[in-house]
Design a protein. Structure first.
Length: 231
């Protein structure tokens, strides 16, 4: 299948593509959320009524939960220690390339982004070029209206295939150029340039930045080897 890519000047929708239906049962709600485990779906505020204020409230609470806003519902983002370590390590490699060249900003898993109205996601790692930022300035809002050039998701056991498929569609609809899906168990990185076009890289390969970060390379054997190191 040919790779489809959104142009740089793609205009992102300001509201969600469709209006969420009312939820008659919990089963209806979970189906609408692509089968995410019920333990990740917050019932307060009532599903269908949550707002970005609620996202920030959970982020700023003493127990600090990363809850994405989907269909007016808080959906907790699954994350484990290994996934967090891997995301931070990748972010370090990206920062070491991006910052000396003054290419843009690299953010971590607690950096929310409003992809479009009613949808807030927390990529595990994201890169935003200065060209995407109004006036080439850092966003000051807690939840900026922003789609990154590169979004990275580190897969966890709590993710469902349908949930990841949905995220891919949302990312590209909002104007993201490339998505990396990292599977710590399989030791692979799948590079997507469209929701349907993905290339799988293994520990035998070298990941590159493509057209988003030309010149960036990363030996995946080196990246995943860090997970097996002992003190």
């Amino acid at each position: 299948m040919a790779t489809a890519r959104l142009p740089r000047d793609h205009v992102r929708p300001r509201t969600r593509p469709s209006t969420a239906d009312s939820f008659t049962t919990v089963a209806d709600l979970l189906k609408r959320l692509d089968g995410v485990p019920a333990a990740r779906v917050w019932l307060h505020p009532t599903p269908g009524t949550a707002t970005e204020t609620d996202v920030l409230a959970r982020l700023e609470a003493p127990d600090k939960r990363l809850c994405e806003l989907v269909e007016g519902t808080l959906v907790e983002k699954p994350m484990g220690y290994e996934e967090s370590e891997l995301a931070l390590l990748l972010g370090t490699f990206l920062n070491n390339f991006v910052r000396p060249r003054k290419l843009g900003l690299v953010a971590g898993a607690d950096g929310p982004m409003r992809l479009y109205g009613g949808l807030v996601r927390f990529p595990d790692v994201s890169f935003v070029s200065w060209e995407r930022l109004p006036g080439r300035k850092r966003p000051k809002k807690a939840i900026p209206d922003l789609a990154p050039d590169l979004a990275v998701e580190v897969l966890s056991a709590g993710n469902t295939p349908a949930e990841i498929e949905r995220k891919l569609k949302e990312y590209f609809l909002s104007g993201v150029a490339v998505v990396w899906l990292i599977d710590p168990d399989q030791r692979t990185v799948t590079v997507h340039t469209s929701p349907d076009a993905g290339r799988v890289y293994t520990v035998a390969d070298t990941l590159d930045g493509g057209t988003v970060l030309p010149g960036f390379t990363l030996d995946l054997a080196q990246l995943f080897a860090e997970l097996d190191r002992h003190g």
